[in-house]
Ligand binder design. Sequence first.
Ligand code: 2P0
Length: 394
Amino acid sequence: MASEKPIVVVTCTAPVNIAVVKYWGKRDEELILPINSSLSVTLHQDQLKTTTTAAISRDFTEDRIWLNGREEDVGQPRLQACLREIRRLARKRRSGSHEDPLPLSLSYKVHVASENNFPTAAGLASSAAGYACLAYALARVYGVDSDLSEVARRGSGSACRSLYGGFVEWQMGERPDGKDSIACQVAPESHWPELRVLILVVSAERKPMGSTAGMQTSVETSALLKFRAEALVPVRMAEMTRCIRERDFQAFGQLTMKDSNQFHATCLDTFPPISYLSDTSRHIIQLVHRFNAHHGQTKVAYTFDAGPNAVVFTLDDTVAEFVAAVRHSFPPESNGDKFLKGLPVEPVLLSDELKAALGMDPVPGSIRYIIATQALTSADHPGLAVQSTSAQRD
Ligand code: 2P0
């Protein structure tokens, strides 16, 4: 008699990552192989995470997927690539052992439901956490325990970096089959507990061009991108790794800002040009440089991805003053009490000297809110976590 109960149900969570050496451009569109290595910081899951539940059952007649409560087309090529890859790995694992015949569950269809604990409207890249979580949940239901870089990467390149906590490098690799294009930890979760992250959510003025199409045009047209990937990124990867290992915030911050600026320069060098930054993004850049100039050192650093939101890195002793500077320069219009989400930040008064140094006319309402968060701080909060598992595989 057919059972109506799924035989395996797993719920997992995965974090968002923010690149400090940016990935932009593929050498292989199908396998999602990058033209340069990249490096990112994995963020704490208390503020930003994806939760994914996967279930397999002999009663399911087709694969299905729901994102934030809405059913999506499971036929999308990238979803299909992830499903194909995980089933291939599961078969490979089982066929390696003579005592363990291929289980029936490998032929079972899967139902997947995924949601984010942060508003999609915030315009934060959610595909990295989403595909990392999908890869991990699928691996658990189908009994795969090998490296999942390839599965996550086939969903979205940057997703392989969300497989680990701490500071993570996605090595571009050299092989045409992509087997060496994998993510690995540069430093663990507990490495830099003072590091803080502020996400300045900017009012979107228009929908930016998607990353996949954007980077394709950049690869086809930008000589600057080619030069960056070949000559500059290898040096920056080594330097960024040193900054992180030595917890050298000055150098880390400067290189993070330079790499963000260079990525956006390659976007402008793309033809037709792509621009992801808005007037508010440029105001934030000015604010950060003036704040640092006032202190005579790099105390805060911005980075921007394929959209106008800023991600600001700083250390715990600077958060309160920088948030006050943001409030001063971008006063909240109506939701003053909801302006700051996430970790609590003590209100402080800005000195008259700093106010004068910022020297900007306040622009009310152009930053909608701030999410205060941090890098994952301990291995108790791993990059990926299984929340619950029910029933047993056959
Ligand atoms: C990054 N970005 O390193 C860079 C910086 C955006 C700017 O990775 O086509 O969504 O799915 O591989 O991973 C965004 O690109 O692109 C991205 P696909 P993905 O974080």
